[in-house]
Design a protein around this ligand. Structure first.
Ligand code: CP
Ligand code: NVA
Length: 289
Protein backbone atom coordinates (compact mmCIF):
# COMPACT_ATOMS: atom_id res chain seq x y z
CA UNK A 1 0.00 0.00 0.00
CA UNK A 2 1.13 3.57 -0.62
CA UNK A 3 1.81 5.83 2.40
CA UNK A 4 -1.26 8.05 1.84
CA UNK A 5 -4.88 7.64 0.80
CA UNK A 6 -5.77 10.78 -1.12
CA UNK A 7 -7.44 9.16 -4.11
CA UNK A 8 -8.90 5.74 -4.89
CA UNK A 9 -6.13 5.62 -7.47
CA UNK A 10 -3.63 5.36 -4.59
CA UNK A 11 -4.95 1.82 -4.11
CA UNK A 12 -4.56 -1.22 -6.34
CA UNK A 13 -7.38 -3.71 -6.74
CA UNK A 14 -5.42 -5.96 -4.41
CA UNK A 15 -5.22 -3.18 -1.78
CA UNK A 16 -9.00 -2.75 -1.92
CA UNK A 17 -9.48 -6.50 -1.50
CA UNK A 18 -7.10 -6.41 1.50
CA UNK A 19 -9.12 -3.57 3.03
CA UNK A 20 -12.31 -5.60 2.65
CA UNK A 21 -10.72 -8.73 4.20
CA UNK A 22 -9.49 -6.66 7.13
CA UNK A 23 -12.92 -5.04 7.44
CA UNK A 24 -14.52 -8.48 7.80
CA UNK A 25 -11.97 -9.42 10.46
CA UNK A 26 -12.36 -6.25 12.51
CA UNK A 27 -16.14 -5.78 12.28
CA UNK A 28 -17.59 -5.29 15.74
CA UNK A 29 -14.25 -6.03 17.40
CA UNK A 30 -12.24 -3.93 19.81
CA UNK A 31 -8.50 -4.46 19.32
CA UNK A 32 -5.20 -2.83 20.26
CA UNK A 33 -3.92 -2.26 16.68
CA UNK A 34 -3.55 1.49 17.37
CA UNK A 35 -2.46 1.27 21.01
CA UNK A 36 -0.23 4.24 21.79
CA UNK A 37 -1.03 5.91 18.45
CA UNK A 38 -2.45 9.42 18.09
CA UNK A 39 -4.36 10.51 15.01
CA UNK A 40 -5.23 14.12 14.13
CA UNK A 41 -8.59 14.66 12.43
CA UNK A 42 -8.82 18.09 10.80
CA UNK A 43 -12.06 19.45 9.34
CA UNK A 44 -12.37 22.49 7.10
CA UNK A 45 -16.04 21.65 6.41
CA UNK A 46 -18.86 20.19 8.53
CA UNK A 47 -19.13 16.41 9.03
CA UNK A 48 -21.34 13.97 10.92
CA UNK A 49 -20.49 10.50 9.58
CA UNK A 50 -16.81 10.93 8.72
CA UNK A 51 -15.87 12.68 11.95
CA UNK A 52 -17.74 10.37 14.27
CA UNK A 53 -16.99 7.11 12.44
CA UNK A 54 -13.26 7.89 12.38
CA UNK A 55 -13.28 8.79 16.08
CA UNK A 56 -15.14 5.60 16.97
CA UNK A 57 -12.91 3.52 14.66
CA UNK A 58 -9.76 4.87 16.34
CA UNK A 59 -11.28 4.29 19.75
CA UNK A 60 -12.22 0.67 18.90
CA UNK A 61 -8.63 0.07 17.78
CA UNK A 62 -7.22 1.38 21.06
CA UNK A 63 -5.86 4.66 19.64
CA UNK A 64 -6.43 8.30 20.48
CA UNK A 65 -8.25 10.70 18.13
CA UNK A 66 -7.66 14.45 18.24
CA UNK A 67 -10.44 16.17 16.28
CA UNK A 68 -10.09 19.81 15.37
CA UNK A 69 -11.75 22.32 13.09
CA UNK A 70 -9.55 24.22 10.66
CA UNK A 71 -10.37 27.52 12.34
CA UNK A 72 -9.38 26.31 15.80
CA UNK A 73 -5.92 25.67 14.39
CA UNK A 74 -3.49 28.36 13.26
CA UNK A 75 -4.46 27.21 9.74
CA UNK A 76 -7.48 29.47 10.17
CA UNK A 77 -5.12 32.42 10.69
CA UNK A 78 -3.02 31.62 7.65
CA UNK A 79 -0.34 29.15 8.83
CA UNK A 80 0.47 27.09 5.75
CA UNK A 81 -0.64 23.46 5.38
CA UNK A 82 3.01 22.52 4.86
CA UNK A 83 4.13 24.09 8.15
CA UNK A 84 1.17 22.50 9.91
CA UNK A 85 2.04 19.07 8.50
CA UNK A 86 5.72 19.48 9.46
CA UNK A 87 4.74 20.09 13.06
CA UNK A 88 1.95 17.53 13.28
CA UNK A 89 4.18 14.66 12.13
CA UNK A 90 6.28 15.31 15.25
CA UNK A 91 3.20 14.60 17.41
CA UNK A 92 0.85 12.21 15.63
CA UNK A 93 0.94 8.95 13.68
CA UNK A 94 -1.50 9.98 10.95
CA UNK A 95 -3.45 12.99 9.69
CA UNK A 96 -7.03 12.60 8.47
CA UNK A 97 -8.21 15.80 6.79
CA UNK A 98 -11.35 17.19 5.12
CA UNK A 99 -10.49 20.16 2.95
CA UNK A 100 -11.93 22.43 0.28
CA UNK A 101 -8.94 22.16 -2.03
CA UNK A 102 -7.56 18.71 -2.86
CA UNK A 103 -4.24 20.40 -3.46
CA UNK A 104 -3.92 21.09 0.27
CA UNK A 105 -3.97 17.31 0.88
CA UNK A 106 -1.32 16.78 -1.78
CA UNK A 107 0.88 19.42 -0.11
CA UNK A 108 0.42 17.82 3.33
CA UNK A 109 1.13 14.32 2.06
CA UNK A 110 4.24 15.42 0.21
CA UNK A 111 5.81 16.97 3.27
CA UNK A 112 4.67 14.60 6.02
CA UNK A 113 6.27 11.28 6.91
CA UNK A 114 3.02 10.05 8.47
CA UNK A 115 0.07 8.86 6.35
CA UNK A 116 -2.42 11.48 5.22
CA UNK A 117 -5.99 10.26 4.66
CA UNK A 118 -8.52 12.19 2.56
CA UNK A 119 -11.71 12.68 4.57
CA UNK A 120 -13.28 14.46 1.51
CA UNK A 121 -11.95 17.13 -0.78
CA UNK A 122 -13.45 19.00 -3.72
CA UNK A 123 -12.13 16.22 -5.97
CA UNK A 124 -12.59 12.90 -4.13
CA UNK A 125 -14.08 11.08 -1.15
CA UNK A 126 -12.17 7.77 -1.15
CA UNK A 127 -13.24 6.58 2.32
CA UNK A 128 -16.87 6.91 1.22
CA UNK A 129 -16.23 4.93 -1.98
CA UNK A 130 -14.58 2.09 -0.05
CA UNK A 131 -17.59 1.84 2.28
CA UNK A 132 -19.88 2.00 -0.77
CA UNK A 133 -18.14 -0.80 -2.61
CA UNK A 134 -18.01 -2.91 0.54
CA UNK A 135 -21.78 -2.35 0.93
CA UNK A 136 -22.43 -3.38 -2.68
CA UNK A 137 -20.40 -6.55 -2.13
CA UNK A 138 -22.28 -7.27 1.08
CA UNK A 139 -25.70 -6.80 -0.54
CA UNK A 140 -25.09 -8.18 -4.04
CA UNK A 141 -22.42 -10.80 -3.25
CA UNK A 142 -20.46 -9.68 -6.31
CA UNK A 143 -18.93 -6.59 -7.83
CA UNK A 144 -17.68 -7.53 -11.30
CA UNK A 145 -20.40 -7.23 -13.90
CA UNK A 146 -22.86 -5.36 -11.66
CA UNK A 147 -24.42 -2.27 -13.16
CA UNK A 148 -24.30 0.96 -11.15
CA UNK A 149 -26.21 4.01 -12.33
CA UNK A 150 -25.47 7.42 -10.84
CA UNK A 151 -28.05 10.20 -11.22
CA UNK A 152 -27.44 13.93 -10.79
CA UNK A 153 -24.21 15.86 -10.35
CA UNK A 154 -21.67 13.60 -12.02
CA UNK A 155 -18.86 16.06 -11.32
CA UNK A 156 -18.90 15.50 -7.58
CA UNK A 157 -16.26 14.18 -5.18
CA UNK A 158 -18.19 11.10 -4.00
CA UNK A 159 -18.96 9.92 -7.51
CA UNK A 160 -15.42 10.56 -8.73
CA UNK A 161 -14.06 8.15 -6.11
CA UNK A 162 -16.88 5.69 -6.69
CA UNK A 163 -16.21 5.55 -10.46
CA UNK A 164 -12.52 4.84 -9.84
CA UNK A 165 -13.38 2.14 -7.31
CA UNK A 166 -16.02 0.45 -9.50
CA UNK A 167 -13.67 0.57 -12.48
CA UNK A 168 -11.13 -1.60 -10.63
CA UNK A 169 -13.73 -4.38 -10.43
CA UNK A 170 -14.97 -4.07 -14.01
CA UNK A 171 -18.38 -2.87 -13.00
CA UNK A 172 -20.72 -1.39 -15.58
CA UNK A 173 -20.80 2.35 -14.70
CA UNK A 174 -23.47 4.64 -16.11
CA UNK A 175 -23.98 8.29 -15.26
CA UNK A 176 -27.13 10.17 -16.06
CA UNK A 177 -26.52 13.90 -15.87
CA UNK A 178 -26.82 17.10 -17.92
CA UNK A 179 -23.97 17.88 -20.32
CA UNK A 180 -22.16 20.34 -18.02
CA UNK A 181 -22.31 18.02 -14.97
CA UNK A 182 -20.11 15.26 -16.35
CA UNK A 183 -17.43 13.63 -14.14
CA UNK A 184 -14.18 15.58 -14.14
CA UNK A 185 -11.89 12.56 -14.10
CA UNK A 186 -10.72 10.10 -16.69
CA UNK A 187 -12.35 6.72 -16.26
CA UNK A 188 -14.34 4.07 -17.96
CA UNK A 189 -18.03 5.06 -17.73
CA UNK A 190 -20.95 5.63 -20.04
CA UNK A 191 -23.15 8.75 -20.09
CA UNK A 192 -26.85 8.29 -20.76
CA UNK A 193 -28.52 11.65 -20.40
CA UNK A 194 -32.08 10.33 -20.20
CA UNK A 195 -32.57 8.98 -16.63
CA UNK A 196 -35.35 6.55 -17.61
CA UNK A 197 -33.11 5.02 -20.22
CA UNK A 198 -30.09 5.00 -17.89
CA UNK A 199 -31.68 3.10 -14.99
CA UNK A 200 -32.84 0.13 -17.10
CA UNK A 201 -31.41 -3.11 -15.68
CA UNK A 202 -29.52 -1.27 -12.93
CA UNK A 203 -28.36 -3.32 -9.94
CA UNK A 204 -27.44 -0.21 -7.97
CA UNK A 205 -28.92 3.29 -8.12
CA UNK A 206 -26.80 6.00 -6.55
CA UNK A 207 -27.23 9.72 -6.04
CA UNK A 208 -25.63 12.51 -4.02
CA UNK A 209 -26.56 16.08 -3.19
CA UNK A 210 -26.99 18.55 -6.03
CA UNK A 211 -25.25 21.24 -3.96
CA UNK A 212 -22.01 20.04 -2.41
CA UNK A 213 -20.34 21.88 0.46
CA UNK A 214 -18.76 25.04 -0.93
CA UNK A 215 -21.23 25.32 -3.86
CA UNK A 216 -23.93 27.17 -1.93
CA UNK A 217 -23.74 30.26 -4.15
CA UNK A 218 -24.70 28.10 -7.18
CA UNK A 219 -27.64 26.49 -5.37
CA UNK A 220 -30.50 27.89 -7.47
CA UNK A 221 -28.87 27.09 -10.82
CA UNK A 222 -27.90 23.60 -9.73
CA UNK A 223 -31.40 22.75 -8.51
CA UNK A 224 -32.84 24.04 -11.78
CA UNK A 225 -30.34 22.10 -13.92
CA UNK A 226 -30.59 18.82 -12.03
CA UNK A 227 -34.29 18.59 -11.16
CA UNK A 228 -35.00 16.00 -13.87
CA UNK A 229 -32.43 13.64 -12.34
CA UNK A 230 -34.21 13.08 -9.03
CA UNK A 231 -34.04 9.51 -7.72
CA UNK A 232 -37.75 8.74 -7.30
CA UNK A 233 -40.01 5.69 -7.21
CA UNK A 234 -40.77 5.85 -10.93
CA UNK A 235 -37.07 5.37 -11.71
CA UNK A 236 -36.67 2.65 -9.07
CA UNK A 237 -39.49 0.72 -10.78
CA UNK A 238 -37.64 0.84 -14.10
CA UNK A 239 -34.51 -0.75 -12.61
CA UNK A 240 -34.07 -4.43 -11.66
CA UNK A 241 -36.52 -5.81 -9.07
CA UNK A 242 -33.75 -6.30 -6.51
CA UNK A 243 -32.02 -2.96 -7.18
CA UNK A 244 -30.40 -1.28 -4.17
CA UNK A 245 -30.56 2.47 -3.60
CA UNK A 246 -27.51 4.26 -2.22
CA UNK A 247 -26.68 7.78 -1.01
CA UNK A 248 -23.60 8.86 0.97
CA UNK A 249 -25.72 11.23 3.12
CA UNK A 250 -26.52 13.89 4.16
CA UNK A 251 -29.57 13.71 1.86
CA UNK A 252 -31.75 16.60 0.82
CA UNK A 253 -35.07 14.82 0.95
CA UNK A 254 -37.36 15.43 -2.03
CA UNK A 255 -34.54 17.18 -3.85
CA UNK A 256 -32.02 14.62 -5.26
CA UNK A 257 -33.93 11.70 -3.64
CA UNK A 258 -37.56 11.37 -2.62
CA UNK A 259 -38.38 10.41 0.95
CA UNK A 260 -40.31 7.31 -0.09
CA UNK A 261 -37.24 5.96 -1.94
CA UNK A 262 -34.81 6.95 0.79
CA UNK A 263 -36.92 5.15 3.41
CA UNK A 264 -38.17 2.42 1.04
CA UNK A 265 -37.34 -1.28 0.82
CA UNK A 266 -34.58 -0.86 -1.76
CA UNK A 267 -32.63 1.67 0.30
CA UNK A 268 -29.39 0.57 1.99
CA UNK A 269 -28.28 4.06 3.04
CA UNK A 270 -27.99 3.28 6.75
CA UNK A 271 -25.93 0.12 6.24
CA UNK A 272 -23.80 2.19 3.87
CA UNK A 273 -23.27 4.81 6.60
CA UNK A 274 -22.51 2.08 9.17
CA UNK A 275 -19.92 0.54 6.86
CA UNK A 276 -17.94 3.78 7.00
CA UNK A 277 -16.93 2.75 10.52
CA UNK A 278 -15.99 -0.83 9.62
CA UNK A 279 -13.99 0.02 6.49
CA UNK A 280 -12.20 2.94 8.18
CA UNK A 281 -10.92 0.58 10.88
CA UNK A 282 -9.27 -1.48 8.14
CA UNK A 283 -7.89 1.61 6.36
CA UNK A 284 -6.30 2.87 9.60
CA UNK A 285 -4.80 -0.53 10.47
CA UNK A 286 -3.29 -0.99 7.03
CA UNK A 287 -1.89 2.54 6.69
CA UNK A 288 -0.55 3.18 10.18
CA UNK A 289 2.46 1.02 10.85
N1 CP B 1 -20.98 10.90 3.85
C1 CP B 1 -20.24 11.77 4.58
O1 CP B 1 -19.04 11.95 4.38
O2 CP B 1 -20.95 12.38 5.56
P1 CP B 1 -20.43 13.56 6.49
O3 CP B 1 -20.33 14.80 5.66
O4 CP B 1 -21.51 13.69 7.56
O5 CP B 1 -19.11 13.18 7.07
N1 NVA C 1 -20.75 15.74 -2.40
C1 NVA C 1 -21.04 16.03 -1.02
C2 NVA C 1 -20.66 14.85 -0.17
C3 NVA C 1 -20.97 15.00 1.28
C4 NVA C 1 -20.55 13.82 2.08
C5 NVA C 1 -20.29 17.28 -0.59
O1 NVA C 1 -19.12 17.45 -0.95
O2 NVA C 1 -20.88 18.10 0.11
Amino acid sequence: MKKDLLSINDLSKNDVEKIFEMTDKLRNKHTSHLKGKNIALIFQKPSTRTKISFEVAINQLGGNAISLNWNELQLGRGETVEDTARVLERYVDSIVARVFSHDDLVKMAKISKVPVINALSDLEHPCQALADLYTIKQKKRKLTGSKIVFLGDGANNTFHSLILACEKFDMDIVVSCPKNYKPEIRANYKIIENPEEAVKSADILYTDTWVSMGQESEKENRIRDLQNYQLNSKLVKSAKKDVIVMHPLPAHRNSEITSDVMDGKHSVVLDQAENRLHTEKAILCLLIK
